[in-house]
Structures are given as structure tokens and as C-alpha cells.
Design a protein around this ligand. Sequence first.
Ligand code: NAD
Length: 390
Amino acid sequence: MQGKTFTVTQPTRIHFGVDSINDLAAQVRGLGGTTVFLVVDPGVVAAGLLPRITAPLEAASVPYTVYDKIDPEPGLKLADNGVKLAKKAKCDCVVGVGGGSAMDVAKAVAILLTNGGKAVDYIGLGKIGKPGVPKIMVPTTAGTGAEVTFTAVFINEKTSSKAGMNGDPLYPDAAVLDPALTLSVPSHITAATGIDALTHALEAYVSTQAHPISDMYALEAIDLIAANLGKAYANGDNLEARSAMMMGSLLAGKALATAGVGLVHAMAYPLGGMHQIPHGLANAVLLPYVMAYNLIGAPERFATLAEMFGVDTSAMSLREAGEAAVEAVYRLNDDVGIPKTLADLQIPREDIPEMARIALTVSRPVANNPRKPTLEEVMSIYEEAMHGWE
Ligand code: NAD
């Protein structure tokens, strides 16, 4: 806290609850929208969920155009293509339904409709001048928290690198979180997206930018995820666990939007850009290894994390308690079937120097990290993650 200046921006109206999707038309109208551009994840369509989204719009006579050509880990051209369709259909409101991939495309389309230009023009921080058209996000994975963040992440097809647009205009105007929409998420995606949410909360909690408000979000998120990810993975029909996970990922998104993320994210970026490893999975595999490296930078915080995972730390030194936190996360990863090593993800060892170089260019997460990494240290974390601990 000492000498820290921070800003908390929370413009997103949150509408949460089972069947809250039935109120989608009221949310659209409440923001002045008349014609909706509906960006939908194809996995959501395949799971038979599209009528759950369109029925409330039809019942209220709100016209809509569906855009469902969304790839996981989207490229910039998906946003540019979406804008053309949205303009043609004269849409004045964007609704994004899906995981982070569909929501990020939707957020970018809303911004491009008013700001013009191409998606690539807005990569970076603070490049977006005007607010977008009203945008409403409907997450269908419990993972990214993109429904409450000021970021949209893309793969730049020209450079094969992942990069984000960042700026307050990207905050969605509203988020409709209906846990019932996550019941169809397959178990391996439940696992990877759930550990992704945990990574957001953990990295925000140990971030150099952490403050009492981000801590509040992060700790509540960790509590919910630690208690419920196993249950949601073990039985995808457990609506109570799904609801807790959706609240956990929302709060983790708020934690990341207010305190930032750290080295796990920086090191995950090249795994996505160079090797097409999904964001959540890349974070999940790296998380325990980066935690172990970070321990000495924030020992008290890591000891608190152990307690959040139910470890009795009363007879432990700070160091032992921090190590117990790493162990608890490693075990949770194992419980939910996350691969243990980068070798399991078929990452070639010879790519480590280039991945480490790229990771250190992801400047904000690197700056937020509780331990300042050198190139050699990042290479040795990748090396450790390549072989694992067993
Ligand atoms: P995703 O959106 O790619 O979805 C993962 C898979 O789940 C897809 O195959 C999708 O079709 C399927 N799916 C989604 N909902 C489903 C449902 N209800 N039933 C069945 N299948 C379903 O994955 P994600 O982890 O949610 O998002 C990843 C993207 O989000 C990455 O590009 C990442 O960089 C980005 N991201 C953005 C932010 C942000 O703040 N904007 C934060 C973190 C990550």
C-alpha cells in the first residue's frame, strides 16, 4: 500500500443468476440498443444453446444478426470481418456470447463501429478514442472474466503473436451471467478455463499493483474457485458449483482489471502465439512453476494463499506455507487433468530462448510480477516446466 496510487473503474452493470439470459432484451433496450449484432461462439451453437439467447430477443421483437464464425484464440481479421457485417445490418448494439474468444471479438467490433479503421490499429494501450456502441457480454465459460475487463486479446496473423487492445472504452456496458449456460462446457475446458480464472486472481493478489479493493476480489475469487472447480469438473451438471465458478471467474476478472496479471500471463502469450495452445491451458500448466519462482518476492501473500486452499499453516514457517500453496495448486491441476509439463503440450525445447524473449516483451504483466525476471530466469522456468517436478 505504501505510496501506491490506484484507480478502480467499474462501469459494467452486472446481471447474475440462473435464467438471467431471459432478460437480455431488457438489457439491450435499457442501453438504447434497437438492432443487435450477436457474436456467438460456434461451440455454443453446437451445444444447442443459440435458441436460449435468441428467444428473449424474438419475444421482445428485437432484430438481430448472428455472427458465429469465431475461432478459439481469435485472429484480428475476425473483428474486421464482423464490423463489415454489423455495418451492413445497421446494428447499434453488440452482444457477445461465448468464452473469451467470442467476447473479445464482440468487444472489438463494438469499438470499431464507432472509431473506424482496422482492429490492428488499436493494439496497445489507450489507442481507442471514442466509446463503442453499447456492448453486452454473456460468458458461457467460467474463465476469462472478459465480461468485466478493459481488454480484448487477439492473435496478429502477420506476426503470429498474441496482443491485446486495452482501454476503458472496452469495458462492456453490461454483463449477463447465467450459470446454466455453462452446464454444457466439456470437462477439459471446465478445467483449463477454471484454472485460468484462478491464475487471474492469484496473479492479481501477488501483483505489485495489488490494493485493498483488488485483494477483496482476488481472495473471494480464490475461495470460490478452490472450493468448486473440482466439483464442476467432476460433475458438469452441478449447477451450484457452476454458479460458484461463474461468480469466481467474474471476481477474478475484476481483480485482474484492477491489479493486473503477472509472469504466468507473459510466459503463456508465446505458447498461444507460436504454438496455438489455448490461453487457459497455457496459464494452467505454467502456474505452479511461476508460483514457485515468485515465492520469495511475496512470502506473506503466498502463505495466505495456502490458507485459502485449506492448509493449516499455524506450525509452518512462511517459506513452508508458501511452498504448500504451490503444492495445493499443483494438486488441483492434477485433480482436474491439466497436463503437468510443456513436453506434454508438445512444445519443442529449442523454442525456449525465443519464447523467453517474447515473454519479456509483454511489459505490463512483467512489471506487475512480484519478482523481476531476467531472461535467464524465464528460460529456466520454461525449462523446469518442460520436464516437471516428478
Ligand atoms: P474460448 O472462448 O476459446 O472457448 C473455449 C472452447 O469452449 C471453445 O471451443 C468454445 O467453442 C467452447 N465453449 C464455450 N462455451 C461453451 C459452452 N457453454 N458449451 C460448450 N462449449 C463451449 O476459451 P476461453 O478460455 O473462454 O477464452 C480464451 C480467449 O480469451 C483467449 O483468446 C484469451 O487470450 C482471451 N482472454 C481474454 C481476456 C480479457 O480480459 N478480454 C482475459 C483472459 C483471456
